[in-house]
Write a protein of this length. Structure first.
Length: 677
């Protein structure tokens, strides 16, 4: 069967290549091209705001892994050149407060280590000799020390100690693993070793790293130094019951000399991402009061450094706020948030007046068209940001004096002679309650009037958002001759908390109707071959795809990627079970069997007639392979045409390895080609 699938894919590729050449003169995008895509990340300002340093991210075809180097460019677009570049990764750039040195993490000599580069001479010192990878690096205000977070192992728990000694030359099965931790497994990391994240401080010119926390609990960045460089602010949960409080977090302060820790906030919910104002007088953080809803918007809280005299900012926006950056005059903050399928940057003053910047971020989610993006603010209040479009991944842009300028162009060499589909917006009125449902559609390069097959591609989350963003999956499906539509049904973010929580403890439900309404709207345009409708989606989109084929036979074939099929089994096998059982469900699964079964796609499997492929990463611990296997075996028992694809070395984020992303797209297209008229 699989040999046939590859043959179908090859035939489809050949046909689409010929069509593209015949109609526009441009070549169809090829799978190999996905290795060549590049994008910008993590911009920071240097040279007194005249230069931007950033990560240039690409892929290494030989290692099937990301390649990250540091580059720089002046804000007028000149002097674009490598700063730290080679056959290794260099990332997480942080400029010293004095502007003379750059700290970063690099794998230049093997394991990730902290380096400092003198910008005037290019001399570089390796600062650390660590056994684990550092993160959340932060300069002290006087430039003398650098703080970072690092996982610190502890001795694993041991219960049985009377194992007899193995005879010389004997080959035994090995030692058993004893697990008693609540959080023992994590998607992308596998089974977790014993230990915790701790904070360290090291001299900026190199030396011994001093461990300044020794806590059981969660510790997270960013790390922020006090004005006198005697303390560090950090986020985390150091409560005794931390393992059962998946969203609880506070801001803490640790003295780097005495090692005393003080709790600064005490909100019922998460307080995180603390940052001190440039004048050293105020602390801003992200926060919300935990109501146990499945989606909750974070807003900004500004307070004194001790957490007193709180002022809430931007809550009225009704959008989840991501990153916050102080204005250089300490009178307000820039922040990013999603709105109608796009990530944007706005400004809020301390008097709570919100002003847009007209900046659209994006281009960092190469697989599917999710919202994404990053930005930085200079002391002169210029903004550097990752510019996203529907036509290509993120380049670097800058906003100065109200004018926007694009500084890089990393993908035109690859895409200039390729057909990249234009993205059109579609809006449908929901048949459920007349709400507007937004979607976007891309069409292949075919003759005018020619009808084309359509793929409905459904986002995961479910509390996330798609938008008119570049997507290699969409563009490759278009290159194979399919129109693709993607939507933000109820439950999606970027439209307010009420819209997102329409599916609270009610998922899947009327989001199904929203998606069918979008398909109807696209079909009504008249250029879709209604005999060739297909559906796919991953994670939450996999849930909805399985739900759809249990509700309707209108699609010729479906691919259910990394799904939840049975909420009862999922809750007790997924890595985030303490979260899912508290926020996505009314309670523990055995207490709500009827409710959870009612919303499980497996409950509808008896209705399925649509040929349905299952596709999941072999080390996916977010939506475990056991969910895929349940549905596969159920479909087999019902004699439904099905197949199961197990992506090697892939966790929930299949697109982390380009070869796995290619296989994911290739199998989806091949399955649809098999059933296309």
């Amino acid at each position: 069967m699989y040999k046939k699938l590859f043959i179908w894919a090859a035939i489809s590729l050949l046909l689409m290549t010929n069509i593209a050449i015949a109609n526009s003169g441009k070549k169809a995008l090829q799978y190999q091209d996905l290795f060549e895509l590049e994008y910008v990340s993590s911009p920071i300002f240097a040279n007194n705001g005249k230069t931007v340093i950033f990560e240039r991210r690409s892929f290494d075809v030989m290692t099937d892994a990301p390649r990250i180097n540091l580059w720089q460019v002046d804000i007028d677009g000149s002097n674009e050149r490598p700063l730290v570049s080679g056959a290794y990764n260099a990332y997480m750039p942080k400029l010293s407060p004095q502007g003379d040195r750059l700290a970063y993490i690099s794998t230049q000599e093997g394991a990730p280590q902290l380096y400092v580069r003198f910008l005037d001479t290019a001399q570089t010192v390796r600062v650390t000799n660590l056994q684990k990878s550092p993160s959340a690096i932060s300069w002290s205000n006087d430039g003398k020390h650098i703080a970072f977070i690092m996982f610190t192992p502890e001795k694993p728990a041991v219960l049985f100690t009377d194992m007899p000694q193995k005879p010389k030359g004997a080959e035994w099965a090995g030692n058993a693993t004893f697990i008693d931790a609540t959080n023992y497994r994590s998607d992308g990391a596998g089974f977790l070793p014993a230990g915790f994240n701790q904070i360290y401080v090291v001299p900026a010119n190199g030396g011994s790293a001093k461990q300044i926390t020794a806590q059981q609990g969660s510790i997270s960045g960013p790390l922020t130094w006090s004005a006198k460089n005697d303390s560090l602010y950090f986020g985390g949960n150091l409560n005794e019951d931390y393992e059962y409080q998946p969203l609880e977090a506070d801001i803490y302060k640790v003295n780097v000399t005495s090692l005393d820790i003080a709790k600064i906030t005490n909100n019922k919910g998460p307080d995180f991402a603390a940052t001190i104002s440039p004048n050293g007088k105020l602390m801003a953080r992200l926060s919300f009061v935990d109501t146990k809803m499945s989606h909750q918007n974070a807003y900004i809280v500004v307070s004194d450094l001790n957490g007193k005299n709180e002022k809430v900012l931007a809550k009225q926006l009704d959008r989840g706020i991501n990153k916050i950056v102080w204005n250089s005059n300490s009178k307000g903050l820039y922040f990013s948030h999603d709105d109608h399928g796009q990530k944007t940057v706005s400004y809020v003053s301390l008097s709570n007046k919100i002003s847009p910047t007209n900046i659209t971020l994006g281009g960092q989610s190469l697989g599917r068209p999710y919202t994404s993006g990053d930005f930085a603010v200079s002391r002169q209040n210029a903004i550097a940001y990752t510019l996203g479009t529907s036509a290509k991944p993120a380049d670097l842009a800058v906003l100065t004096s109200g004018k926007q300028r694009t500084l890089t162009d990393f993908n035109s060499d690859l895409l200039a002679d390729k057909y990249v589909a234009k993205v059109e917006k579609v809006v449908a009125k929901s048949s459920v309650d007349k709400r507007e449902i937004e979607a976007w559609v891309a069409y292949p390069d075919v003759k005018k009037g020619e009808k084309v097959p359509l793929i409905l591609e459904i986002h995961g989350g479910p509390h996330t958002a798609y938008g008119p963003n570049f997507s290699s999956e969409v563009q490759m499906m278009v290159a194979k001759g399919y129109a693709v539509v993607w939507a933000n049904p109820r439950g999606s973010t970027s439209y307010g908390a009420e819209f997102a929580n329409l599916i609270h403890h009610n998922y899947p439900s009327q989001d199904y109707d929203d998606l069918m309404d979008i398909v109807d709207q696209v079909v009504a345009k008249g250029n879709i071959d209604t005999d060739n409708l297909f559906v796919t989606g991953g994670s939450g989109g996999g849930v909805l795809t399985a739900w759809i084929v249990g509700k309707t036979d209108r699609f010729k074939a479906a691919v259910v990627a990394k799904p939840v099929i049975n909420w009862l089994s999922f809750t007790l096998t997924a890595d985030g079970y303490t979260y899912f059982s508290q926020y996505w469900m009314p309670g523990k699964p055995w207490e709500h069997v009827e409710h959870l079964w009612k919303h499980s796609p497996l409950s509808l499997v008896g209705n399925v007639k649509t040929p349905t492929m299952l596709l999941t990463g072999e080390v996916d611990y977010r939506t475990p392979m056991s969910e895929t296997e349940q549905y596969y075996q159920a479909l087999k028992l019902n004699r439904v045409d099905t197949a199961m694809v197990r992506i090697p070395k892939a966790s929930h984020g299949i697109a982390a390895k380009p070869s796995n992303l290619i296989q994911k797209i290739g199998y989806i297209v091949a399955w649809f080609d098999k059933y296309k008229n």
